[in-house]
Design a protein around this ligand. Structure first.
Ligand code: BG6
Length: 454
């Protein structure tokens, strides 16, 4: 039996759902100026939530959501470093509307959409971005801190670092990438410090993408490879957020890559003194690793593809798992493994901020969408989540991706995740009408029964 306060929610992010990318004083973000990924349209209109938010929140209420996890667009709130009243008005109205329906706003302050002007000045590679981020967040806490109880700092910093090419359209040297990563870690710590010093009535935490890494075989070398991969992909980020330190095995890899960041004494102090209250994490599937011979190439891919670091680990295929039509493996039990790994290491309350299946949904002539593959995926994950909670792991809530159809990071809107269908395609904006999918009714039932009827 789940607690009656369990937050059954759903997620989106600003640049993937809002549209209105150049309206009411918003500055373009890096996502608005990037090269459009192959085979997708100009995706800046997204799901046009900026013009449909009231109708969307009403649907979220009908769905029964207890929480809505969304991100605030930095470049809408503070274009070129100056507060934009229209941007503040938008998020104030959105938050108030959610609260009027008793939907808890769960806010991520940064989800892949750095203001373009900051990017031109070096983005996260420029130490000054730390202060810009701190100013922006302090403004958010002062403005919305009495209404928002759950904050997340940076969405999937680990994927931004490891799969920056697909998410951001850039690729730099490992040295530059990990210096940027370091500045993000310091920025995150600084902001957690500001939040705590301000005594706002809520909690703040990171939101990385975490997945258990299995060894390809039972040999010790593969086990070690899996540990290295996990240190590099998962624990580097959580050790920093929870303990304020760098993970040892990850640091060893950074040294081998000649990518050790420059860390000042002041940085160390900021990181150690300012840590998180809870851990939000995104879970899609697991990874598998095998020992890697020196000299094999580093593989690259999207946020769920395997990758390798010569001499430490190589990714291995896990043939035991089924795959989505977009090639992401499906591993519900892996959610339980992952959650146990996180909780045993950190002993902090957990919140799932993303989990879901991207598929090519079909809108039937009668306005229905039969997405039973998504129901199957979510059902299995909710079952495993319930078992994990029964095992004693404290979960604040579950916010699958996504509340409504939105634009994928690099595969357009043909790869849909939502409970609500948005009538547009990659190259035709159509009428943007909203339709409830079969998964909408399924999740409604799950929420109504507080997880009893899955
Ligand atoms: C996560 C991101 O990596 O996965 C989301 O936080 C993203 O922004 C989601 O949309 C699904 O990935 P994709 O590439 O299918 O959009």
């Amino acid at each position: 039996m789940l607690s009656k306060d369990f937050l059954w929610g759903a997620s989106t992010s600003a640049y993937q759902v809002e549209g209105g990318w150049n309206e009411d004083g918003k500055e373009p973000s890096v996502q608005d100026v990037r090269t459009v990924p192959e085979n997708t349209s100009d995706f800046k209109v997204a799901a046009d939530h900026y013009h449909h938010w009231k109708e969307d929140v009403k649907l979220f209420h009908e769905l029964g959501l207890k929480a809505y996890r969304f991100s605030i667009s930095w470049s809408r709130i503070m274009p070129n470093g100056v507060v934009n009243p229209k941007g503040v008005e938008f998020y104030t109205s959105l938050i108030d509307e959610l609260l009027s329906y008793n939907i808890e706003p769960v806010v991520t302050v940064f989800h892949f959409d750095l203001p373009a002007s900051l990017n031109e000045q070096g983005g996260w590679g420029n130490r000054k971005t730390i202060d810009a981020f701190a100013d922006y967040c302090e403004f958010l806490f002062d403005t919305f801190g009495d209404k928002v109880k759950y904050w997340q700092t940076i969405n999937e910093q680990n994927m931004l670092t490891l799969a920056g090419k697909v998410i951001y359209g850039n690729r730099k040297t490992w040295k530059d990438i990990f210096q940027e990563n370091h500045y993000m870690l310091v920025a995150q710590a600084k902001v957690m410090g500001i939040y705590h010093a301000g005594c706002y009535p809520g909690k703040i935490g990171p939101a990385p993408n975490i997945c258990a890494v299995y060894p390809a075989t039972s040999c010790a070398e593969d086990q070690l490879a899996a540990e290295y991969m996990s240190a590099f992909r998962n624990w580097l980020y959580l050790d920093a957020a929870v303990y304020g330190t760098y993970n040892l095995q990850a640091m060893e890899i950074l040294r081998a890559l000649d990518a050790e960041p420059e860390i000042t004494e002041e940085d160390k102090k900021i990181m150690q003194e300012n840590t998180c209250d809870y851990i939000a994490f995104n879970y899609y599937n697991t990874a598998c690793a095998k020992a890697s011979k020196e000299g094999s190439a580093v593989e690259e891919g999207d946020q769920q593809s395997g990758f390798g670091i010569p001499g430490f680990f190589a990714s291995a295929a896990n043939h035991s798992l089924p795959k989505t039509e977009f090639g992401w493996s499906i591993d519900p039990t892996g959610l339980r493994v992952t959650a146990h790994q996180i909780y045993s290491r950190y002993r902090k309350p957990l919140l799932i901020t993303e989990n879901g299946l991207g598929g090519r949904d079909v809108l039937e002539e009668d306005g229905t969408v039969h997405d039973n593959y998504r129901i199957d995926y979510l059902k299995q994950h909710v079952e495993e989540l319930k078992k994990t909670i029964a095992d004693g792991v404290p979960f604040i809530g579950y916010c699958p991706w996504s509340a409504i159809d939105l634009i994928s990071t690099h595969e357009g809107i043909r790869k849909r995740y939502g409970f609500i269908y948005v009538n547009r395609s990659d190259f035709d904006l159509k009428d943007m009408k909203r339709y409830k999918k079969d998964s909408f009714y399924w999740y409604q039932k799950v929420i109504r029964s507080n997880g009893e009827e899955v």
